[in-house]
Design a protein around this ligand. Structure first.
Ligand code: OAD
Length: 260
């Protein structure tokens, strides 16, 4: 066996061993575990991911739909796309993976969740400590006076171009677009959860979007254990202590049985 083969086989530990090791880490670090999630955790709820075969960024151009410039150029088009996504998400139910994470928070196993998702499914599953790094599709913000409104899960605006009740300015989705910084407060809350954590469940993210991906990368560099749950390999795989190569719900079903 050549050296490169050894390297490639590094994460090919038998599936049962990966679950054993992951559940041991979770139990031994109870209360010091957090989850870092991406669109893959909501894929089984019928919400498309961004990359990959059926990913949104395969069909749509982010520069036409998810940048401040695109919104200035054609707010109607951007709103149309967001309302289409809101309607899709409104029909979705949290998956078993979302539900297990909520249950684990209640039982003091996990401290909280840092998510890149804007769909609100973690909160809908009952999770309380959720940091939304990229904002929420269920909140809107006035482009003139900055006032933010919480629409509530499932409430899709009816108007073509929703307006601010205070000043009449144009409202925009309160999500982070390309070329925009992440909300400072959320970033600080995410860093503080990562600082407290000893074990990080990295679920359903390609790990390609920065600065979000720097959180698990830095955690791994500090010697914290990453448990990656993803049917595909990502740039985070080689940094992970354990790789569970499975869909999120399948993985959490087994882990829940082993952790209980
Ligand atoms: P991506 O679409 O980049 O990656 C989704 C990941 O989920 C991939 O690695 C898939 O292999 C994995 N996956 C698919 N189905 C899964 C399943 N059932 N269980 C577990 N994993 C599964 O999505 P994100 O990493 O979330 O940003 O993307 C990061 C950011 O890029 C998003 O927040 C969004 C996007 O542009 C903004 O909108 C600012």
């Amino acid at each position: 066996m050549g050296e490169s083969e050894v390297y490639e086989d590094f994460h090919d530990i038998p599936e049962n061993d990966a679950y054993e090791e992951a559940s041991k880490l979770i139990k031994n670090h109870k209360g010091k575990v957090i989850a870092f999630t991406g669109s893959g955790i909501s894929a089984e709820a019928g919400i498309p991911t961004f990359r990959g075969k059926d990913g949104l960024w395969n069909k749509y151009k982010p520069e036409e739909l998810a940048t401040p410039e695109a919104f200035r150029r054609d707010p109607r088009k951007v709103w149309e796309w967001y309302k289409w996504r809101m309607k899709k998400i409104a029909k979705a139910e949290p998956t078993l993976a979302h539900k297990v994470l909520a249950k684990w928070e209640e039982r003091g196993i996990i401290l909280g969740i840092v998510t890149q998702n804007v769909d609100g499914l973690h909160q809908r599953a009952g999770s309380k400590e959720v940091v939304e790094l990229h904002g929420s599709i269920w909140r809107v913000r006035c482009t003139r006076c900055g006032k933010e409104y919480n629409l509530g899960f499932g409430n899709v605006p009816e108007e073509d171009l929703p307006k601010c009740k205070e000043c009449g300015g144009l409202l925009r989705p309160a999500v982070v677009w390309f070329h925009e910084p992440l909300p400072a407060r959320n970033w600080m809350m995410a860093e503080s959860l990562f600082n407290e954590a000893e074990v990080i469940l990295v679920v359903g993210t390609s790990g390609l979007v920065y600065p979000a991906a720097s959180l698990p990368v830095n955690a791994a560099v500090q010697g914290k254990a990453l448990i990656e749950i993803n049917p595909e390999d990502t740039p985070l795989t080689s940094l992970s202590r354990v790789k569970i190569k499975a869909k999120a719900s399948e993985a959490f079903k087994k882990l829940e049985e082993m952790v209980s």
